[in-house]
Design a protein around this ligand. Structure first.
Ligand code: SF4
Ligand code: SF4
Length: 402
């Protein structure tokens, strides 16, 4: 296939995965700020644990933002907490956020960023090599440069799960050093899997101020998860819930979820200080801001969440329970692949889907299985989903707008 034809073919392939992927960034700063240029109402706040920060119930996950003007618009509208990560667009997202907040009084916004350590095996949640504190600190300092700041407010240790990882001596020393050096005000964990274990370990460690657990209406073993959140909150940790819409869509081609209902469900838990939402449009921002003004759930909203029928509804949300891992003879990192699938088809964030998939080792393992051996907790047709999302592996990064 000639180069042009091949690129055309790949472009179509991306569009097939997510119609939003190739839309160019159109939200320039002035447009975005003007669009919300009216006095924002006083937003309801909660205390972020022992940090003493009073945070609006809604925080911004910046991974979906493609324009610094949108970040600024969110700030102007009253958002105070912004969460980025070194792995969002290989640091480009941190730059974008820094540009959006440039020139504002430094104490008027809170920036958190997730800095993953090298050598953490996603499957086991443990380090494969010994933790390199020097390399980690350098990585964290790179974030400061990209934001254009002397310090961030929160360094998050992401993909935290296993107790031995959260309480790894080297990790805790490096994080504490960053805090002592004034490069961050607070420390936190973010956790997708083994979340209850991570919450308890972080609380017991005494060094973490904030926890960002995946928590939503699809959370299994709700009672023990709520107890773990309460345990961390009691130890003074500020809780910010992520993955709050559990994929945002009911299925790949199904109708969108009632996100108001999903957010309100989380905020019924008073131990949660704020939810982090990956917004990308002014409409979403306004809708979410309106939602936090009244948390009372209507009968229709409760019905829309279909709380009693959760187990029979597959949806897009992977619980990151890892029970698929020992079942797969191909040794595929299925939870990470399913997270990528959710980013693409649920959150319509093809960049994050691409980056998530980038580290996964594929070599057509599924072709060796006549039928998929995996019984998934969420009822996913794993082989079909892998076959679908693996197309993204062939797409060069420059075809995806950053
Ligand atoms: S079993 Fe299903 S829900 Fe659990 S991690 Fe694997 S893919 Fe996700
Ligand atoms: S078909 Fe299923 S069991 Fe086989 S390699 Fe793929 S995911 Fe694993």
């Amino acid at each position: 296939m000639k180069t042009d034809n091949r690129r055309g073919f790949l472009k179509k392939s991306i569009l097939g995965i997510s119609g939003f992927a190739m839309v160019p960034g159109i939200m320039k700063e002035n447009i975005a700020v003007k669009a919300l240029n009216k006095p924002s109402p006083e937003l309801p706040v909660r205390l972020l644990g022992k940090t003493g920060i009073k945070t609006p119930l809604l925080s911004m996950g910046t991974s979906d933002a493609t324009d610094s003007g949108f970040v600024r618009a969110a700030y102007e509208a009253g958002i105070k907490l912004f969460f980025s990560a070194t792995y969002y667009g290989e640091g480009k997202n941190e730059k974008l956020v820094g540009e959006g907040l440039k020139g504002l009084p430094r104490d008027s916004f809170i920036i958190g960023t997730a800095v993953p350590p090298d050598g953490l095996d996603m499957r086991s949640g443990k380090f494969t090599n010994s933790f390199d504190a020097e390399a980690y600190i350098k990585k964290a300092e790179g974030s400061l440069k990209r934001f254009g700041l002397d310090y961030v407010d929160i360094f998050l240790f992401p993909f935290a799960g296993k107790r031995e990882t959260v309480m790894n001596e080297g990790v805790m020393k490096a994080l504490t050093q960053l805090k002592k050096q004034g490069k961050t005000r607070f420390l936190g964990i973010a956790s997708h899997s083994d979340t209850e274990e991570a919450l308890k370990a972080a609380a017991d460690s005494g060094i973490y101020d904030i926890a960002m657990p995946a928590y939503n209406y699809k959370t299994t073993s709700r009672e023990s998860m709520d107890a773990s959140i309460a345990y961390a909150a009691k130890a003074g940790m500020g809780i910010v819930a992520m993955k709050s819409t559990a994929g945002a869509f009911r299925d790949k081609s199904g109708p969108p979820l009632n996100t108001n209902a999903a957010f309100k469900w989380i905020l019924q838990n008073k131990n949660v200080a704020s939810i982090v939402s990956g917004m990308s449009t002014l409409e979403q921002l306004q809708k979410n801001l309106t939602m936090i003004m009244n948390l009372k759930m209507t009968d229709q909203e409760l019905k829309d969440l279909n709380l009693t029928g959760q187990l029979s509804e597959t949806g897009l949300y992977c619980h990151q329970c890892k029970q698929c891992l020992p079942q797969c003879p191909g040794n595929l990192d299925i939870p990470t692949i399913m997270r990528s699938y959710m980013y693409a088809y649920g959150y319509k964030n093809i960049r994050q889907a691409w980056y998530t998939l980038a580290d996964v080792q594929f070599s057509k393992q599924c072709e060796n299985c006549n039928t998929c051996k995996v019984k998934c907790l969420a009822g996913f047709d794993i082989k079909k989903k892998i076959n679908d999302i693996s197309r993204l592996k062939n797409v060069p990064l420059d075809l995806i707008q950053i």
